[in-house]
Design a protein around this ligand. Structure first.
Ligand SMILES: *Cc1c(COP(=O)(O)O)cnc(C)c1O
Length: 403
């Protein structure tokens, strides 16, 4: 079937909860994806940073195939031989005492929230049903009803009430607002160290350090949602490392499985994940042997191919070159590692469409920001290839803005 036929099927029989670019991808390899017409594109979204290791990484694919032949799902009613090895690898790589595996990112966020509330009651001594977890404006933590309860985005919440209480909102980056919202019932503060969906928003220098200090002074857990920022995307293993802090819990997902199967996890101090007793939380697929094997291979590729270092080095180069583009339509270029917010003072969607015509896939986030986040295996030559086309599109659209 061709592009138009496939799009027509999708429009007719699928729910319309997305507005994708009209490119129908058939296969992918590394940083490149191919559509059903045989056109080739450089992927500058990397599935929202889920494929930091590149598409269909051969080493991970091999592990995936081998494990799929052996056993894929045991449920946690029984043990399997892959999960313990993943636990150990996560501990050795990150230093956190314990981890708890789930599937989607949102499930891991929910897990962290449950752990924080239970910690609040059983360790901190917050009165029953009074625990508060502070979140920030313009956050993105997923799509469950509880998570959208503390979203500040109208479309994410509208029509889904009643909302889950217990999540005060502070202005992201504003430490005075944080001080004002903390009280004796605050169990945790959950933040993205850099806000991805909001448009690669980097908080003011020292903000996270100040937040950490408030947490220590007030016996509050600090939870970092690193589902998008983590595992090398920002040029560090975790983006919170840019500020030299040590959170009590970290949430990971996306690149943890390099695009093969959904795998997420909460990593935390013993005191935090230790609150769960058998039966108090779970997931049929969480910690399955296929997921565990894939996650182990995905983490190994990050180490073996020095993806964190690559992200830091090539990100600096990419950002510098983008900043050199002279156009009245560019408002700001910001980022950390290969995680770049290219902010325009006009709508970003026509730029994304023009870039697609040139063979680059990226997606606007909010109205005016193009997120540029290729797989971390991208080469300098491929970045130069992209830059040439980005310069061309910017100069064309600046000369004749799309209607
Ligand atoms: C993608 C994302 C999530 C949600 O992950 P899903 O797998 O889509 O549920 C949560 N937090 C952040 C920061 C994300 O980028």
């Amino acid at each position: 079937m061709n592009t138009q036929e496939l799009i027509a099927l999708e429009e007719e029989y699928g729910a319309h909860n997305y507005h994708p670019l009209d490119v129908v991808i058939e296969r992918a390899e590394g940083v490149w994806v191919y559509d059903v017409e045989g056109n080739k594109y450089l992927d500058c979204l990397a599935a929202y940073s889920a494929v930091n290791q590149g598409h269909c990484h051969p080493k991970i694919l091999e592990v995936f195939q081998e494990q799929a032949k052996k056993v894929t799902l045991t449920s946690r009613a029984f043990r399997n031989d892959q999960l313990p090895l993943l636990y150990k690898q996560l501990h050795d790589m990150t230093g956190f005492d314990l981890s708890l595996p789930m599937n989607s990112g949102a499930e891991a966020v929910e897990t962290a929230l449950k752990a924080a509330r239970k910690w609040g009651y059983t360790v901190k001594g917050i009165p029953q049903d009074k625990a508060e977890i502070i979140c920030a404006t313009d956050n993105f933590h997923g799509r469950t009803i509880t998570i959208v309860s503390f979203s500040t985005e109208h479309d994410y919440r509208n029509g889904y009430g009643p909302m889950t209480p217990g999540f005060p909102i502070v202005k992201y980056g504003d430490i005075e607002d944080m001080k004002a919202k903390i009280n004796e019932n605050t169990a945790a503060i959950m933040l993205e160290p850099i806000q991805g969906e909001a448009g690669i928003i980097i908080p003011p220098d020292g903000y996270l350090k100040e937040v950490e200090k408030l947490c220590r002074e007030n016996n509050i857990l600090l939870i970092m949602d690193e589902i998008q920022s983590g595992l090398g995307r920002s040029g560090k293993l975790f983006a919170y490392e840019h500020e030299g802090i040590q959170p009590d819990a970290v949430i990971i997902g996306k690149a943890l499985s390099a695009g093969f199967v959904p795998v997420s996890a909460v990593l935390a101090k013993k005191e935090v994940l230790g609150v769960f007793k058998p039966g108090e939380h779970g997931s049929t697929f969480g910690g399955n042997p296929l997921a565990a094997a894939v996650a182990r291979a995905s983490l190994q590729v990050i180490v073996d191919e020095k993806l964190v270092e690559r992200s830091a080095e090539l990100g600096t180069y990419f950002i510098d070159e983008l900043r050199n583009i002279d156009s009245p339509h560019i408002k700001e270029v910001r980022g950390r590692g290969l995680w770049i917010g290219f902010e325009l003072n006009t709508a970003a969607r026509p730029y994304c469409e023009a870039l697609m015509e040139e063979g680059i896939l990226c997606k606007e986030t909010h109205e005016n920001v193009i997120r540029i986040a290729p797989p971390l295996v991208i080469t300098k030559e491929e970045i130069d290839w992209a830059l040439e086309r980005i310069r061309k599109v910017v100069s064309q659209l600046a000369a004749a803005p799309a209607a």
